[in-house]
Ligand binder design. Structure first.
Ligand SMILES: Cc1ncc(COP(=O)(O)O)c(C=O)c1O
Length: 504
Protein backbone atom coordinates (compact mmCIF):
# COMPACT_ATOMS: atom_id res chain seq x y z
CA UNK A 1 0.00 0.00 0.00
CA UNK A 2 1.26 3.45 -0.81
CA UNK A 3 1.70 5.80 2.13
CA UNK A 4 -1.49 7.79 2.65
CA UNK A 5 -1.25 11.50 3.34
CA UNK A 6 -2.51 11.07 6.87
CA UNK A 7 0.20 8.53 7.61
CA UNK A 8 3.03 10.34 5.99
CA UNK A 9 2.11 13.90 6.86
CA UNK A 10 4.60 15.76 8.91
CA UNK A 11 4.02 19.29 10.11
CA UNK A 12 2.38 20.37 6.87
CA UNK A 13 -1.21 20.64 7.99
CA UNK A 14 -1.92 16.99 7.21
CA UNK A 15 -0.55 16.60 3.68
CA UNK A 16 2.68 14.80 2.97
CA UNK A 17 5.03 16.29 0.44
CA UNK A 18 5.22 14.51 -2.89
CA UNK A 19 8.82 13.70 -2.00
CA UNK A 20 7.72 12.01 1.19
CA UNK A 21 5.16 9.89 -0.65
CA UNK A 22 7.69 8.47 -3.09
CA UNK A 23 8.82 4.86 -2.78
CA UNK A 24 11.34 3.09 -4.91
CA UNK A 25 9.82 1.18 -7.80
CA UNK A 26 6.46 2.86 -7.55
CA UNK A 27 6.63 5.04 -10.67
CA UNK A 28 4.44 4.18 -13.64
CA UNK A 29 5.79 1.65 -16.02
CA UNK A 30 3.63 2.42 -19.05
CA UNK A 31 6.68 3.41 -20.97
CA UNK A 32 8.86 0.60 -19.74
CA UNK A 33 9.22 -0.80 -23.20
CA UNK A 34 9.85 2.55 -24.81
CA UNK A 35 13.28 3.49 -26.02
CA UNK A 36 15.51 4.67 -23.17
CA UNK A 37 16.23 8.39 -22.88
CA UNK A 38 19.83 7.78 -23.88
CA UNK A 39 18.49 7.11 -27.38
CA UNK A 40 17.32 10.69 -27.71
CA UNK A 41 19.60 12.74 -25.50
CA UNK A 42 23.37 12.99 -25.31
CA UNK A 43 24.78 11.58 -22.04
CA UNK A 44 26.01 15.05 -21.03
CA UNK A 45 22.38 16.18 -20.70
CA UNK A 46 21.24 13.22 -18.61
CA UNK A 47 21.33 13.49 -14.84
CA UNK A 48 20.94 10.79 -12.31
CA UNK A 49 21.71 12.87 -9.26
CA UNK A 50 18.30 14.51 -8.82
CA UNK A 51 16.49 13.36 -5.70
CA UNK A 52 13.19 12.92 -7.53
CA UNK A 53 10.54 10.89 -5.78
CA UNK A 54 9.36 7.64 -7.33
CA UNK A 55 5.55 7.99 -7.33
CA UNK A 56 2.78 6.23 -9.16
CA UNK A 57 0.60 8.37 -11.41
CA UNK A 58 -2.39 7.67 -9.19
CA UNK A 59 -0.55 8.93 -6.11
CA UNK A 60 0.48 12.05 -7.97
CA UNK A 61 -3.06 12.77 -9.19
CA UNK A 62 -4.50 12.25 -5.71
CA UNK A 63 -1.79 14.31 -4.09
CA UNK A 64 -2.33 17.37 -6.26
CA UNK A 65 -6.10 17.05 -6.27
CA UNK A 66 -6.07 16.97 -2.47
CA UNK A 67 -3.82 20.00 -2.39
CA UNK A 68 -6.15 21.87 -4.76
CA UNK A 69 -9.01 21.25 -2.34
CA UNK A 70 -7.16 22.76 0.58
CA UNK A 71 -7.24 26.28 -0.75
CA UNK A 72 -9.99 28.78 -1.46
CA UNK A 73 -10.78 30.41 -4.77
CA UNK A 74 -13.51 32.25 -6.61
CA UNK A 75 -14.67 28.93 -8.09
CA UNK A 76 -15.46 27.72 -4.58
CA UNK A 77 -17.24 30.68 -3.09
CA UNK A 78 -17.75 34.40 -2.59
CA UNK A 79 -14.49 36.36 -2.53
CA UNK A 80 -15.22 39.97 -1.51
CA UNK A 81 -11.58 41.02 -1.35
CA UNK A 82 -11.80 44.81 -1.69
CA UNK A 83 -9.63 46.38 -4.39
CA UNK A 84 -8.90 42.97 -5.91
CA UNK A 85 -12.08 42.54 -7.99
CA UNK A 86 -12.24 38.80 -7.57
CA UNK A 87 -15.03 38.08 -10.00
CA UNK A 88 -16.09 35.21 -12.21
CA UNK A 89 -13.95 34.79 -15.31
CA UNK A 90 -16.00 33.35 -18.16
CA UNK A 91 -14.43 30.07 -19.29
CA UNK A 92 -14.98 30.86 -22.94
CA UNK A 93 -12.21 33.46 -22.69
CA UNK A 94 -9.79 30.75 -21.57
CA UNK A 95 -10.93 28.65 -24.51
CA UNK A 96 -10.06 31.52 -26.85
CA UNK A 97 -6.64 32.11 -25.28
CA UNK A 98 -5.70 28.45 -25.30
CA UNK A 99 -6.58 27.82 -28.95
CA UNK A 100 -3.55 26.15 -30.40
CA UNK A 101 -3.13 28.96 -32.96
CA UNK A 102 -2.30 31.22 -30.00
CA UNK A 103 -0.99 28.87 -27.35
CA UNK A 104 1.52 27.10 -29.61
CA UNK A 105 2.98 30.23 -31.18
CA UNK A 106 6.70 30.41 -30.61
CA UNK A 107 7.83 33.81 -29.32
CA UNK A 108 10.31 34.05 -32.19
CA UNK A 109 7.64 33.52 -34.85
CA UNK A 110 8.21 36.18 -37.51
CA UNK A 111 5.53 38.86 -37.71
CA UNK A 112 4.28 37.70 -41.11
CA UNK A 113 3.43 34.26 -39.65
CA UNK A 114 1.79 35.67 -36.52
CA UNK A 115 -0.66 38.10 -38.07
CA UNK A 116 -3.69 36.80 -36.17
CA UNK A 117 -1.99 37.14 -32.79
CA UNK A 118 -0.67 40.59 -33.67
CA UNK A 119 -4.16 41.61 -34.72
CA UNK A 120 -5.43 40.53 -31.29
CA UNK A 121 -2.87 42.78 -29.64
CA UNK A 122 -3.61 45.64 -32.01
CA UNK A 123 -7.37 45.43 -31.52
CA UNK A 124 -7.00 45.21 -27.76
CA UNK A 125 -4.71 48.24 -27.76
CA UNK A 126 -7.17 50.23 -29.90
CA UNK A 127 -10.17 49.15 -27.80
CA UNK A 128 -8.51 50.12 -24.53
CA UNK A 129 -7.45 53.47 -25.95
CA UNK A 130 -10.98 54.31 -26.98
CA UNK A 131 -12.63 52.93 -23.81
CA UNK A 132 -10.33 54.89 -21.50
CA UNK A 133 -9.67 57.97 -23.63
CA UNK A 134 -5.93 57.55 -24.07
CA UNK A 135 -3.91 58.01 -27.28
CA UNK A 136 -2.19 54.61 -27.05
CA UNK A 137 -1.46 51.66 -24.77
CA UNK A 138 1.50 49.35 -24.40
CA UNK A 139 0.54 45.80 -23.50
CA UNK A 140 4.04 45.09 -22.25
CA UNK A 141 3.86 45.39 -18.41
CA UNK A 142 2.67 42.30 -16.60
CA UNK A 143 0.87 43.78 -13.60
CA UNK A 144 -0.53 47.02 -12.29
CA UNK A 145 2.53 47.75 -10.17
CA UNK A 146 4.77 46.94 -13.15
CA UNK A 147 2.89 49.48 -15.26
CA UNK A 148 3.12 52.06 -12.46
CA UNK A 149 6.87 51.69 -12.59
CA UNK A 150 6.79 51.99 -16.39
CA UNK A 151 4.69 55.14 -16.21
CA UNK A 152 7.00 56.76 -13.68
CA UNK A 153 10.02 55.86 -15.82
CA UNK A 154 8.25 57.61 -18.70
CA UNK A 155 7.64 60.67 -16.52
CA UNK A 156 11.27 60.70 -15.45
CA UNK A 157 12.49 60.55 -19.03
CA UNK A 158 9.97 63.15 -20.15
CA UNK A 159 11.15 65.66 -17.54
CA UNK A 160 14.80 64.87 -18.09
CA UNK A 161 14.47 65.66 -21.77
CA UNK A 162 12.93 68.98 -20.86
CA UNK A 163 15.75 69.79 -18.49
CA UNK A 164 13.38 69.60 -15.51
CA UNK A 165 15.27 67.17 -13.33
CA UNK A 166 14.25 69.16 -10.25
CA UNK A 167 10.82 67.51 -10.59
CA UNK A 168 11.49 64.79 -8.09
CA UNK A 169 8.22 64.62 -6.09
CA UNK A 170 5.33 62.25 -6.61
CA UNK A 171 2.08 63.10 -4.83
CA UNK A 172 0.11 60.11 -3.56
CA UNK A 173 -3.20 60.40 -1.63
CA UNK A 174 -3.34 58.59 1.72
CA UNK A 175 -6.02 56.26 0.36
CA UNK A 176 -3.70 54.94 -2.38
CA UNK A 177 -2.67 51.35 -2.77
CA UNK A 178 0.79 50.66 -1.36
CA UNK A 179 2.19 49.96 -4.81
CA UNK A 180 1.81 53.67 -5.73
CA UNK A 181 4.35 55.05 -3.24
CA UNK A 182 6.47 51.93 -3.64
CA UNK A 183 6.70 52.39 -7.42
CA UNK A 184 7.51 56.08 -6.99
CA UNK A 185 10.26 55.32 -4.48
CA UNK A 186 11.67 52.54 -6.69
CA UNK A 187 11.88 55.03 -9.50
CA UNK A 188 13.87 57.42 -7.33
CA UNK A 189 11.10 59.94 -6.60
CA UNK A 190 10.30 61.40 -3.21
CA UNK A 191 6.77 60.60 -2.10
CA UNK A 192 4.43 63.28 -0.76
CA UNK A 193 1.47 61.74 1.04
CA UNK A 194 -1.69 63.78 0.60
CA UNK A 195 -4.34 63.64 3.34
CA UNK A 196 -7.92 63.00 2.26
CA UNK A 197 -10.64 65.34 3.48
CA UNK A 198 -13.55 64.34 5.73
CA UNK A 199 -15.41 63.19 2.61
CA UNK A 200 -12.66 60.63 1.92
CA UNK A 201 -11.45 62.50 -1.14
CA UNK A 202 -8.58 64.64 -2.34
CA UNK A 203 -9.44 68.35 -2.46
CA UNK A 204 -8.03 70.98 -4.79
CA UNK A 205 -7.29 73.11 -1.74
CA UNK A 206 -5.14 70.37 -0.15
CA UNK A 207 -3.23 69.51 -3.29
CA UNK A 208 -2.59 73.21 -3.90
CA UNK A 209 -0.46 73.20 -0.72
CA UNK A 210 2.07 70.72 -2.13
CA UNK A 211 2.22 71.60 -5.82
CA UNK A 212 5.29 73.38 -7.08
CA UNK A 213 8.22 73.42 -9.50
CA UNK A 214 9.36 70.11 -7.99
CA UNK A 215 6.10 68.28 -8.75
CA UNK A 216 6.63 65.41 -11.17
CA UNK A 217 3.50 63.27 -10.96
CA UNK A 218 0.25 63.07 -9.03
CA UNK A 219 -0.97 59.45 -8.80
CA UNK A 220 -4.68 59.04 -8.26
CA UNK A 221 -7.15 56.18 -8.15
CA UNK A 222 -10.67 57.07 -9.22
CA UNK A 223 -12.93 55.83 -7.77
CA UNK A 224 -10.52 55.66 -4.86
CA UNK A 225 -10.00 52.71 -2.55
CA UNK A 226 -12.87 53.88 -0.30
CA UNK A 227 -15.06 53.30 -3.35
CA UNK A 228 -15.67 57.05 -3.73
CA UNK A 229 -15.48 59.03 -6.94
CA UNK A 230 -12.99 61.90 -6.75
CA UNK A 231 -15.43 64.60 -7.80
CA UNK A 232 -12.86 67.41 -7.95
CA UNK A 233 -10.73 65.46 -10.39
CA UNK A 234 -10.97 67.94 -13.29
CA UNK A 235 -9.85 70.84 -11.07
CA UNK A 236 -7.10 68.70 -9.49
CA UNK A 237 -5.78 67.71 -12.94
CA UNK A 238 -5.86 71.36 -14.06
CA UNK A 239 -3.91 72.43 -10.95
CA UNK A 240 -1.28 69.69 -11.42
CA UNK A 241 -0.86 70.61 -15.10
CA UNK A 242 -0.67 74.29 -14.21
CA UNK A 243 2.23 73.41 -11.90
CA UNK A 244 3.90 71.51 -14.78
CA UNK A 245 3.27 68.00 -13.41
CA UNK A 246 1.71 64.90 -14.94
CA UNK A 247 -1.40 63.05 -13.80
CA UNK A 248 -1.28 59.26 -13.35
CA UNK A 249 -4.44 57.16 -13.15
CA UNK A 250 -4.30 53.93 -11.18
CA UNK A 251 -6.93 51.95 -13.08
CA UNK A 252 -7.35 49.12 -10.58
CA UNK A 253 -10.92 50.26 -9.97
CA UNK A 254 -11.87 50.73 -13.61
CA UNK A 255 -14.67 48.17 -13.31
CA UNK A 256 -16.70 50.98 -11.70
CA UNK A 257 -16.58 53.41 -14.60
CA UNK A 258 -16.43 51.52 -17.89
CA UNK A 259 -18.49 53.26 -20.53
CA UNK A 260 -19.36 56.11 -18.16
CA UNK A 261 -16.15 58.02 -17.53
CA UNK A 262 -12.73 58.01 -19.17
CA UNK A 263 -9.45 58.85 -17.41
CA UNK A 264 -8.32 60.67 -20.56
CA UNK A 265 -11.31 63.01 -20.25
CA UNK A 266 -10.61 63.53 -16.54
CA UNK A 267 -7.21 64.97 -17.47
CA UNK A 268 -4.90 62.00 -16.88
CA UNK A 269 -1.68 61.75 -18.91
CA UNK A 270 -0.75 58.19 -17.94
CA UNK A 271 -2.69 55.23 -16.65
CA UNK A 272 -2.62 51.52 -16.07
CA UNK A 273 -5.28 48.86 -16.18
CA UNK A 274 -5.25 45.62 -14.29
CA UNK A 275 -6.80 43.44 -16.94
CA UNK A 276 -6.61 40.63 -14.36
CA UNK A 277 -9.18 42.51 -12.32
CA UNK A 278 -11.26 44.69 -14.61
CA UNK A 279 -11.63 42.15 -17.39
CA UNK A 280 -11.43 38.45 -17.20
CA UNK A 281 -8.13 37.13 -16.08
CA UNK A 282 -7.99 35.00 -12.95
CA UNK A 283 -5.44 36.38 -10.53
CA UNK A 284 -4.18 35.71 -7.09
CA UNK A 285 -1.21 34.28 -5.37
CA UNK A 286 1.04 36.74 -7.15
CA UNK A 287 0.53 34.85 -10.39
CA UNK A 288 0.84 36.16 -13.89
CA UNK A 289 -1.07 39.34 -14.50
CA UNK A 290 -1.37 41.92 -17.20
CA UNK A 291 -1.00 45.68 -16.77
CA UNK A 292 -1.49 47.62 -20.01
CA UNK A 293 0.01 51.10 -19.73
CA UNK A 294 -1.83 53.93 -21.46
CA UNK A 295 -0.62 57.42 -22.32
CA UNK A 296 -1.92 60.68 -23.75
CA UNK A 297 -0.63 61.87 -27.12
CA UNK A 298 2.39 63.81 -25.78
CA UNK A 299 3.83 60.63 -24.19
CA UNK A 300 3.23 58.00 -26.88
CA UNK A 301 6.83 57.89 -28.08
CA UNK A 302 8.02 56.88 -24.58
CA UNK A 303 5.85 53.76 -24.31
CA UNK A 304 7.64 50.48 -23.59
CA UNK A 305 8.50 48.46 -26.68
CA UNK A 306 7.38 46.59 -28.64
CA UNK A 307 4.23 48.39 -29.76
CA UNK A 308 2.00 46.73 -32.35
CA UNK A 309 1.38 48.89 -35.40
CA UNK A 310 -0.88 48.42 -38.37
CA UNK A 311 0.33 49.01 -41.90
CA UNK A 312 -2.47 48.69 -44.40
CA UNK A 313 -3.99 45.30 -43.68
CA UNK A 314 -0.97 43.84 -41.88
CA UNK A 315 0.46 44.18 -38.38
CA UNK A 316 3.97 44.31 -37.03
CA UNK A 317 5.82 44.74 -33.76
CA UNK A 318 7.59 48.08 -33.69
CA UNK A 319 10.87 48.01 -31.76
CA UNK A 320 12.31 51.08 -33.45
CA UNK A 321 11.24 53.77 -31.00
CA UNK A 322 14.27 55.79 -29.96
CA UNK A 323 12.54 57.56 -27.08
CA UNK A 324 10.96 54.45 -25.60
CA UNK A 325 11.83 53.52 -22.02
CA UNK A 326 12.57 50.07 -23.48
CA UNK A 327 10.94 46.69 -22.90
CA UNK A 328 9.58 45.83 -19.47
CA UNK A 329 8.97 42.18 -20.27
CA UNK A 330 10.41 39.69 -22.68
CA UNK A 331 8.77 38.97 -26.02
CA UNK A 332 5.03 39.76 -26.15
CA UNK A 333 4.53 39.80 -22.39
CA UNK A 334 1.47 37.84 -21.21
CA UNK A 335 -0.06 37.42 -24.64
CA UNK A 336 -2.64 34.86 -23.48
CA UNK A 337 -4.01 37.51 -21.13
CA UNK A 338 -4.33 39.94 -24.02
CA UNK A 339 -6.35 37.32 -25.90
CA UNK A 340 -8.60 36.74 -22.87
CA UNK A 341 -9.11 40.47 -22.37
CA UNK A 342 -10.05 41.03 -26.01
CA UNK A 343 -12.48 38.10 -25.91
CA UNK A 344 -14.08 39.66 -22.84
CA UNK A 345 -14.31 43.10 -24.48
CA UNK A 346 -15.87 41.74 -27.65
CA UNK A 347 -18.25 39.42 -25.82
CA UNK A 348 -19.57 42.31 -23.72
CA UNK A 349 -19.48 45.08 -26.31
CA UNK A 350 -19.97 48.70 -25.33
CA UNK A 351 -23.36 48.18 -23.71
CA UNK A 352 -22.22 45.05 -21.91
CA UNK A 353 -19.25 46.85 -20.36
CA UNK A 354 -21.56 49.59 -19.12
CA UNK A 355 -23.71 46.91 -17.57
CA UNK A 356 -20.66 45.41 -15.87
CA UNK A 357 -20.01 48.76 -14.19
CA UNK A 358 -23.68 49.27 -13.34
CA UNK A 359 -23.87 45.90 -11.62
CA UNK A 360 -20.55 46.34 -9.81
CA UNK A 361 -21.87 49.61 -8.36
CA UNK A 362 -25.35 48.26 -7.66
CA UNK A 363 -24.01 45.19 -5.83
CA UNK A 364 -21.63 47.28 -3.74
CA UNK A 365 -24.38 49.67 -2.69
CA UNK A 366 -26.83 46.87 -1.97
CA UNK A 367 -24.34 45.20 0.34
CA UNK A 368 -23.21 48.50 1.87
CA UNK A 369 -26.74 49.36 2.96
CA UNK A 370 -27.22 45.89 4.47
CA UNK A 371 -23.87 45.96 6.29
CA UNK A 372 -24.56 49.49 7.61
CA UNK A 373 -27.37 47.97 9.72
CA UNK A 374 -24.85 46.29 12.03
CA UNK A 375 -21.36 47.74 11.30
CA UNK A 376 -20.21 51.34 11.07
CA UNK A 377 -19.65 52.55 7.52
CA UNK A 378 -17.52 55.69 7.88
CA UNK A 379 -18.48 57.14 4.47
CA UNK A 380 -22.26 56.67 4.38
CA UNK A 381 -22.96 57.79 0.84
CA UNK A 382 -23.48 56.05 -2.48
CA UNK A 383 -20.28 54.25 -3.33
CA UNK A 384 -18.96 52.91 -6.59
CA UNK A 385 -17.62 49.32 -6.83
CA UNK A 386 -16.61 48.84 -3.18
CA UNK A 387 -17.11 50.28 0.29
CA UNK A 388 -15.44 50.27 3.67
CA UNK A 389 -16.79 49.34 7.08
CA UNK A 390 -15.06 49.73 10.43
CA UNK A 391 -14.89 47.34 13.39
CA UNK A 392 -13.53 50.06 15.69
CA UNK A 393 -16.64 50.07 17.87
CA UNK A 394 -16.45 46.28 18.29
CA UNK A 395 -12.83 46.58 19.27
CA UNK A 396 -13.57 49.20 21.90
CA UNK A 397 -16.59 47.38 23.32
CA UNK A 398 -15.57 43.72 23.04
CA UNK A 399 -11.92 43.63 21.96
CA UNK A 400 -12.95 42.09 18.63
CA UNK A 401 -10.89 43.36 15.71
CA UNK A 402 -11.35 43.43 11.95
CA UNK A 403 -8.88 40.54 11.86
CA UNK A 404 -11.12 38.41 14.09
CA UNK A 405 -14.14 39.10 11.87
CA UNK A 406 -12.12 38.21 8.78
CA UNK A 407 -11.00 34.92 10.33
CA UNK A 408 -14.54 34.08 11.44
CA UNK A 409 -15.79 34.61 7.88
CA UNK A 410 -13.45 31.85 6.71
CA UNK A 411 -15.34 29.43 8.95
CA UNK A 412 -18.56 30.49 7.17
CA UNK A 413 -17.12 29.48 3.80
CA UNK A 414 -16.26 32.97 2.57
CA UNK A 415 -13.01 34.60 1.66
CA UNK A 416 -12.41 37.52 4.00
CA UNK A 417 -12.62 41.09 2.77
CA UNK A 418 -9.44 43.13 2.57
CA UNK A 419 -8.62 44.38 6.07
CA UNK A 420 -6.64 47.30 7.50
CA UNK A 421 -6.59 49.04 4.12
CA UNK A 422 -6.99 51.87 3.31
CA UNK A 423 -4.89 52.87 6.29
CA UNK A 424 -6.99 55.92 7.13
CA UNK A 425 -9.95 53.81 8.31
CA UNK A 426 -9.37 52.23 11.74
CA UNK A 427 -10.17 48.49 11.90
CA UNK A 428 -11.09 48.66 8.25
CA UNK A 429 -12.97 46.02 6.29
CA UNK A 430 -12.92 46.81 2.59
CA UNK A 431 -15.63 44.93 0.71
CA UNK A 432 -15.94 44.53 -3.05
CA UNK A 433 -18.72 42.16 -4.10
CA UNK A 434 -18.14 42.59 -7.88
CA UNK A 435 -20.80 42.46 -10.57
CA UNK A 436 -20.86 38.70 -11.01
CA UNK A 437 -22.48 37.82 -7.66
CA UNK A 438 -26.19 37.24 -7.19
CA UNK A 439 -28.50 38.92 -4.69
CA UNK A 440 -28.81 35.59 -2.85
CA UNK A 441 -25.06 35.41 -2.37
CA UNK A 442 -24.92 38.97 -1.09
CA UNK A 443 -27.83 38.34 1.28
CA UNK A 444 -26.20 35.19 2.66
CA UNK A 445 -22.88 36.95 3.13
CA UNK A 446 -24.52 39.90 4.92
CA UNK A 447 -26.33 37.43 7.18
CA UNK A 448 -23.09 35.62 8.03
CA UNK A 449 -21.36 38.90 8.78
CA UNK A 450 -24.22 40.02 10.99
CA UNK A 451 -24.11 36.76 12.95
CA UNK A 452 -20.38 37.27 13.53
CA UNK A 453 -20.89 40.86 14.66
CA UNK A 454 -23.59 39.74 17.11
CA UNK A 455 -21.28 37.03 18.39
CA UNK A 456 -18.68 39.68 19.16
CA UNK A 457 -20.90 40.75 22.05
CA UNK A 458 -22.12 37.32 23.18
CA UNK A 459 -19.03 35.16 22.68
CA UNK A 460 -15.93 37.11 21.63
CA UNK A 461 -13.65 34.20 22.61
CA UNK A 462 -15.12 32.15 19.76
CA UNK A 463 -14.07 34.82 17.30
CA UNK A 464 -10.56 35.04 18.75
CA UNK A 465 -10.21 31.30 18.09
CA UNK A 466 -11.39 31.43 14.47
CA UNK A 467 -10.83 29.94 12.00
CA UNK A 468 -11.38 26.45 13.30
CA UNK A 469 -12.56 24.69 10.14
CA UNK A 470 -9.71 25.56 7.79
CA UNK A 471 -6.64 23.44 7.12
CA UNK A 472 -4.45 25.90 8.99
CA UNK A 473 -5.85 27.87 11.91
CA UNK A 474 -4.48 31.19 13.17
CA UNK A 475 -0.94 31.80 12.14
CA UNK A 476 1.47 34.46 13.22
CA UNK A 477 0.65 36.78 10.31
CA UNK A 478 3.97 38.58 10.35
CA UNK A 479 6.11 35.48 10.54
CA UNK A 480 3.98 33.69 7.95
CA UNK A 481 4.51 36.57 5.52
CA UNK A 482 8.09 37.44 6.37
CA UNK A 483 9.61 34.10 7.30
CA UNK A 484 7.75 31.36 5.49
CA UNK A 485 9.55 28.04 5.65
CA UNK A 486 9.15 26.69 2.15
CA UNK A 487 12.28 24.57 1.94
CA UNK A 488 12.49 20.84 1.71
CA UNK A 489 15.69 18.94 2.08
CA UNK A 490 16.11 15.24 1.36
CA UNK A 491 16.34 13.25 4.54
CA UNK A 492 19.76 11.82 5.23
CA UNK A 493 18.34 8.85 7.09
CA UNK A 494 20.30 9.90 10.16
CA UNK A 495 17.50 11.90 11.77
CA UNK A 496 15.67 10.27 14.62
CA UNK A 497 12.42 8.77 13.34
CA UNK A 498 13.12 10.03 9.83
CA UNK A 499 11.67 8.46 6.71
CA UNK A 500 14.09 6.93 4.23
CA UNK A 501 15.69 9.34 1.79
CA UNK A 502 13.95 9.39 -1.56
CA UNK A 503 15.40 7.42 -4.42
CA UNK A 504 18.07 9.19 -6.43
C1 LIG B 1 -5.75 50.27 -6.20
C2 LIG B 1 -4.66 49.33 -6.65
N1 LIG B 1 -3.60 49.84 -7.32
C3 LIG B 1 -2.60 49.06 -7.77
C4 LIG B 1 -2.60 47.70 -7.54
C5 LIG B 1 -1.44 46.86 -8.02
O1 LIG B 1 -1.84 46.03 -9.06
P1 LIG B 1 -1.14 44.62 -9.35
O2 LIG B 1 -1.54 43.69 -8.26
O3 LIG B 1 -1.66 44.23 -10.68
O4 LIG B 1 0.35 44.87 -9.38
C6 LIG B 1 -3.66 47.13 -6.83
C7 LIG B 1 -3.65 45.67 -6.54
O5 LIG B 1 -4.39 45.12 -5.80
C8 LIG B 1 -4.72 47.96 -6.38
O6 LIG B 1 -5.76 47.46 -5.71
Amino acid sequence: MSPQPSEAAGGNGGVALIFELGQEGRANRYLENAKPLETFLPPSLLRDDLPLPDNSELDVVRHYTQLSQRTFGIDLGFYPLGSCTMKYNPRVNDAVATRHEFADLHPYTPDELAQGALQVMYELERSLSSLFGMAAFSLNPSAGAHAELGALLIAKKFFKERGQTQRDKVIVPDTAHGTNPASAAMCGFKVISLPSDERGRVSVAEIGKVLGADTAVCMMTNPNTLGLFEDEIAEIAAAVHEAGGLMYYDGANANAIMGYARPGDMGFDLMHLNTHKTFTIPHGGGGAGHGPLGVAAHLVEYLPIPVVVREGSSFRLDFDRPKSIGPMRSFWSNFAHAARALAYLYANGEEGLKRVSQLAVLNANYLRVKVAEFLDTPYPENCRHEFVASAQRLRKEHGVRALDIAKALLDCGYMAPTIYFPLIVPECLMIEPTETESKETLDAFAQALQTIVERAASDPEALFAAPTTTVVGRVDETRAARRPDLRWRPATGQEEGSRPAPKK
